[in-house]
Write a protein that binds this ligand. Structure first.
Ligand SMILES: Cc1cc2nc3c(=O)[nH]c(=O)nc-3n(C[C@H](O)[C@H](O)[C@H](O)COP(=O)(O)OP(=O)(O)OC[C@H]3O[C@@H](n4cnc5c(N)ncnc54)[C@H](O)[C@@H]3O)c2cc1C
Length: 518
């Protein structure tokens, strides 16, 4: 059922069993999981069904530190959330991503990959992916010509990805699931319903209600038994920090952790791969085919441990095209996310036309590695709220993005290891880009891109001094408030976040169902 909150009489009270705040990947996945359950689910969405610049403007905020995309343009605020722009690239985290690693400060999740595996399988379905198989051998049986490079898999292995057909090119999850959500009798979707405050009881152990507002000047309140914050990692931290009626430092923030440990995936051109002769494989170029697949070179767990590095993978792009591409961080600077996206697509188009002219149809032997790595958790990389307020009176979010020496050393070592293995296999040579050549150089190049992946601001830990949520994504100390999304990541793994967001959201969904049934 769909209700436009602008059309309700002012000061309406909405009541239900579960209240989900935000209808992006996390919020929609949970709502779908409750269709036909004997409970009333309230799904609150800040925007409508289409882009609305006035709503999007609520996302505006300052950025400092490492250069970043404008906050207004780095996510989307309407039904479907940022999946209206996502590329659909999905792969699960590795075992090591959940482990405590002595050389990675504050690493270690209170859950393991094994705990998440059943939910990954369900997440694959929600994202309309193929079967839950991410091993190369499985896909080689399904698709011809997926030949791997002859590298020692104990050192460098081939990590498979699936690309969701619910990607931004087709309108994202909003387009795919609007019908199911609107038709469901027990799901009450309210659009133009922006949560501006979460109100707890006196001793801040329970949430009583949330206040919603919209730009039509209406204010309403929502009461429920359980509240799930699913507004994206920056928004979730912002709402908790701004909800300071009972807790002056913000909800869940007794230990000053909310907003801290912001992480992105660094996605940076790092090296050139020159093969001695063209290699007969579709493995690295299957992105737009059916089933949509992709592969990247990854470093084995044992080798990461030996070298004390972060997890990361290298994807291959055709060098003649890649070298004509402008840095993503440069072209995605328009405050309007649609214009930023158009700028990026234009720059890709120009680059591929230049490449066509150069290649004249010949099969390429030269590639660029774009390395994607997790960022080391860093307390000082953080989201705060500033003095400036948005149109609805909520303090705007500010982001200070900060990288570390471990990030730089890891990206260099990953490329060196891959280079050595390519040499040992006798298939070609790898040349590191300039910024990686000097071991003592800790600077970052202008094409230091993020993947638009916001993580870590409400991190998971059993220790309330080190995390905002516990292993079930419940906010420490508040019995009916939960966070869904990549803000809960203790460390960010190397793969893009959304498959894991959906898996973790479905785990949370089961946890609340169990609680309700009891
Ligand atoms: C260009 C681009 C490419 C990407 N490519 C990939 C990719 O290939 N693979 C991948 O895994 N990820 C990718 N991502 C990231 C992916 O889109 C996000 O990880 C994912 O959408 C996050 O899901 P979410 O539900 O946590 O947040 P969102 O999808 O951002 O949804 C949050 C929703 O909450 C609503 N909301 C926010 N605040 C409030 C409030 N106060 N009250 C009510 N509602 C609120 C918003 O309007 C929004 O609809 C990409 C992102 C971009 C921008």
């Amino acid at each position: 059922m769909h209700i436009d909150a602008r059309n309700l009489p002012n000061n309406s009270t909405i009541e239900g069993d579960i209240c989900i705040i935000g209808a992006g990947a996390a919020g929609i996945s949970i709502a779908l999981d409750w269709i036909n359950a004997p409970y009333k689910v309230i799904l609150l969405e800040s925007g409508g069904f289409e882009y609305d610049d006035k709503v999007q403007d609520l996302y505006k905020g300052e950025t400092t530190g490492q250069k970043y995309y404008p906050l207004k343009a780095s996510r989307l605020s309407y039904f479907g959330g940022t999946t209206g722009h996502w590329a659909g690239m999905c792969s699960p985290f590795d075992n090591i991503d959940f482990m405590k690693r002595d050389w990675v400060p504050d690493s270690g999740w209170p859950i393991s990959k094994k705990d998440l595996d059943p939910f990954y399988a369900r997440a694959n379905e929600k994202l309309k992916l193929g079967p839950y198989h991410y091993d190369l051998s499985y896909w080689q049986k399904e698709v011809p010509n997926l030949n791997p490079f002859p590298l020692d898999a104990n050192v460098v292995w081939h990590k498979m990805w699936q690309i969701s057909p619910a990607w931004g090119f087709g309108g994202g999850l909003g387009k795919v699931y609007k019908g199911d959500i609107v038709k469901a009798k027990n799901i009450h979707l309210y659009t133009y319903a922006t949560v501006v405050n979460i109100i707890a009881n006196e001793n801040v152990s329970n949430i009583r209600e949330v206040t919603i507002k919209n730009l039509a000047g209406k204010t309403h309140s929502v009461k429920a038994k359980h509240f799930i914050l699913a507004g994206g990692a920056i928004q979730n931290a912002r709402i908790l920090l701004a909800s300071n009626t009972q807790a002056p430092q913000g909800l869940g923030n007794d230990n000053d952790v909310v907003g801290r440990y912001f992480m992105e995936h660094l996605e940076i051109p790092t090296a050139e791969l020159w093969l001695f002769k063209p290699f007969p494989t579709d493995l690295f170029t299957f992105f737009f085919e059916k089933p949509k697949l992709w592969c990247e070179l990854a470093i084995a767990e044992k080798v990461q441990i030996e070298n004390k590095i972060l997890n990361g993978t290298a994807g291959l792009s055709v060098l003649s095209s890649a070298k004509h591409q402008k840095p993503r961080m440069e072209v995605w600077q328009n405050e309007d996310p649609r214009k930023s996206k158009d700028n990026l697509f234009k720059s890709w188009d120009i680059a591929s036309k230049e490449a066509e002219k150069e290649n004249k149809g010949s099969i390429t032997r030269a590639f660029e590695f774009q390395t994607r790595i997790e960022q080391s958790p860093n307390r000082n990389s953080r989201v705060t709220i500033g003095p400036e307020k948005d149109e609805l009176g909520v303090p705007r979010a500010n982001l200070h993005w900060q990288l570390t020496e471990l990030d730089k050393r890891s990206i260099r070592t990953i490329n060196k290891i891959i280079g050595q293995q390519v040499g040992i296999a006798g298939i070609g040579r790898v040349k590191l880009n300039e910024f990686l050549q000097d071991e003592n150089d800790n600077s970052w190049p202008t094409n230091t891109n993020g993947g638009w992946h916001h993580m870590g601001t409400t991190r998971m830990s059993v220790d309330p001094k080190k995390g905002v949520v516990d292993a079930n994504c419940q906010v420490h100390g508040i019995s009916n408030l939960y966070v869904a999304g990549s803000g809960c990541y203790a460390t960010s793994g190397a793969p893009n976040p959304t498959l894991t967001i959906v898996a973790l959201s479905l785990k949370l969904s089961d946890y609340i169902k169990d609680k309700m049934n009891k």
